[in-house]
Design a binder for this molecule. Structure first.
Ligand code: PLP
Length: 425
C-alpha cells in the first residue's frame, strides 16, 4: 500500500476543502447551490447609512409580550417537578393542543379535538414532516406563484418536482391547475400535494376567495390530491377574519393545515402545529423523531395561553400592522406611484410591489442597500430561484419600528428613482 508521508491532520485539511464538501452533497442540493443566500443584502455593497430593514417578516420587537412571557416562564420554573425541563414525547404538550382545538372550533367552524393537532418546532418543521412522509423524489407538488421561499426549500429538499401555478385576486387559478393536471397525466405524472397560503399570503398579501376554495376542494376530490394550507398569517387580519377555512369546508378530509405562534407572538419560540385527521397525523409521526420539542417554551406558552394573554396581544398587533401597512402604502403612493404598483393587503406583513418602467428587482435591491434599506428581491419567491431579473419586490413592514418606517420607505423611493435614471449600484 502506498502510504502518504503527510500526517493525517494535513491530509484531512487538504481533502476537506470547500469543493470536496460540495461534491459530497446530494444531487438536489447541488442543483440549488447557485441560489446563494436570498434573504441577505448583497455583500459587495457598502450601505451609505446604517441599514434599515424592509426585509424582515417577523413581529415588531418593541411590541413583543415580554412581561407576559416572563411571568409565564417564572411560573414554569417555580414548579417543584421537572415538567418544563425534561423530554416530552407524543403529539406535543396537551394544554396547547387543547387550546388550539377550542380556538379552531370557535373561530374556523371546525369540529376538532386535541387528537387533530401535532405540535412541531415551528410550522416549517410541520411542513417538512408532511413532505418527508408523503413525497418521493420526482413527485409533483403544486404551489402558488409567487410563494413562500422557505417552503420551496423544503419541497426541493425531498426531491419534489415543483409545479408553479399563477394566482389572481381570488388566489390560485384552479382552472389553470386543472389544465396542468391533465397535461401532467399525459406524461404519466400526477399531483400529490397542492400547497397554498390561503390568507394574506407571503409574499403577495392575497387571500383565496371562498368560491376558489370550493373549486380547489372539488378538484382535489376529483383528482385525489391533498391540500396543504399554510395558515401562518390568518390571525393577523386588519378588519375581518379570513372567510371559509379550507379544512372546515372539506369537513376535515384531505386538507392538512399548518399554523404557528411565530407571527402572532414570537418567532424564537419555535412552536407550530399540523391540524389534520388523526390518521394522517399518525403517518407524520412515523418520520418524526426529535425527542420532543423544547418543553420550556411549550410550558411557558401553556401558561401564557391559560393566562388569557394571546387574544389581547393579537388584537394590539392587528391594529399596529394595519397602521404600518397604511403608512408604508401611503408613502409609496406619494413618492413612487409612477415606478411601482401594488394592492393593499387586508392582513399580514407584506406589500408586493410590481416594478414599472423596466426597473429590475436586482438593480433596486442593490441600490436600496446602498441607500441604506434592505428589501427582498421578488425572485426569491419563485421556484426558479436563480433568475437574476424580475419585476417584483417584497416589502415587509412588520418588524421595522414605526419611527423608522418613513425613512426606510423614503430610502427605497430614492433607490427606485436612481435606478430609473440609470444610476444603479
Ligand atoms: C407562509 C409562511 N409559512 C411558514 C413560515 C415559517 O414559520 P415558522 O416560524 O412557524 O417556522 C413563514 C415564515 O416566514 C411563512 O411566511
Amino acid at each position: 500500500m502506498n502510504r502518504s508521508s503527510k500526517n493525517p491532520k494535513d491530509l484531512l485539511r487538504e481533502f476537506w476543502q470547500k469543493d470536496q464538501y460540495v461534491q459530497y452533497t446530494n444531487a438536489i442540493t447541488q442543483k440549488r447551490l447557485g441560489a446563494g443566500n436570498l434573504w441577505a443584502p448583497p455583500d459587495d455593497i457598502v450601505p451609505r447609512n446604517p441599514l434599515l430593514y424592509l426585509s424582515v417578516g417577523i413581529p415588531d420587537s418593541d411590541w413583543l409580550p415580554r412581561a407576559e412571557l416572563n411571568q409565564s416562564l417564572r411560573r414554569v420554573m417555580s414548579r417543584k417537578d421537572d415538567a418544563g425541563l425534561r423530554y416530552g414525547f407524543g403529539k406535543g404538550y396537551y394544554p396547547i393542543r387543547k387550546f388550539l382545538a377550542e380556538k379552531y372550533n370557535r373561530e374556523k367552524g371546525l369540529d376538532a379535538t386535541e387528537e387533530w393537532f401535532l405540535l412541531t418546532n415551528g410550522s416549517t418543521v410541520a411542513i417538512d414532516l408532511i413532505v418527508r412522509a408523503l413525497i418521493n423524489p420526482g413527485d409533483v407538488i403544486v404551489t402558488e406563484t409567487p410563494t413562500y421561499m422557505g417552503s420551496l426549500s423544503n419541497f426541493l429538499g425531498v426531491g419534489a418536482e415543483i409545479c408553479p401555478i399563477p394566482m389572481d385576486q381570488s388566489g390560485l387559478k384552479v382552472e389553470e391547475l386543472a389544465r396542468k393536471i391533465k397535461s401532467l397525466k399525459e406524461t404519466g405524472k400526477r399531483v400529490k400535494l397542492v400547497y397554498v397560503i390561503s390568507a394574506f399570503q407571503n409574499p403577495s398579501g392575497l387571500s383565496m376567495s371562498t368560491q376558489r376554495k370550493k373549486e380547489l376542494l372539488k378538484l382535489a376530490a376529483d383528482e385525489k390530491f391533498l391540500i396543504l394550507d399554510d395558515d401562518a398569517y390568518g390571525d393577523l387580519y386588519y378588519d375581518a377574519p379570513p372567510k371559509a377555512n379550507l379544512a372546515a369546508l372539506s369537513g376535515g378530509a384531505g386538507v392538512l393545515t399548518v399554523g404557528t405562534f411565530s407571527k402572532t407572538v414570537a418567532t424564537g419560540l419555535r412552536i407550530g402545529w399540523v391540524h389534520a385527521h388523526p390518521d394522517a397525523l399518525n403517518l407524520f409521526s412515523r418520520v418524526k423523531f426529535d425527542m420532543g420539542q423544547n418543553q420550556m417554551a411549550l410550558h411557558m406558552m401553556g401558561r401564557f395561553l391559560d393566562g388569557g394573554h394571546l387574544e389581547p396581544h393579537v388584537n394590539r398587533m392587528r391594529l399596529l400592522y394595519k397602521k404600518k401597512m397604511k403608512l408604508a402604502a401611503d408613502l409609496m403612493k406619494t413618492y413612487l406611484s409612477d415606478l411601482v404598483s401594488f394592492e393593499r393587503p387586508a392582513g399580514g406583513f407584506y406589500l408586493w410591489l410590481k416594478l414599472k418602467k423596466g426597473l429590475t428587482a436586482k438593480a433596486v435591491w442593490r441600490t436600496a442597500t446602498q441607500e441604506g434599506v434592505s428589501v427582498n428581491p421578488g425572485y426569491m419567491s419563485f421556484p426558479d430561484l436563480n433568475q437574476e431579473k424580475g419585476e417584483y419586490l417584497r416589502i415587509a413592514y412588520s418588524w421595522t419600528p414605526m419611527n423608522q418606517l418613513k425613512e426606510a420607505v423614503l430610502r427605497l423611493a430614492r433607490a427606485c428613482r436612481r435606478v430609473a435614471e440609470g444610476d444603479s449600484a
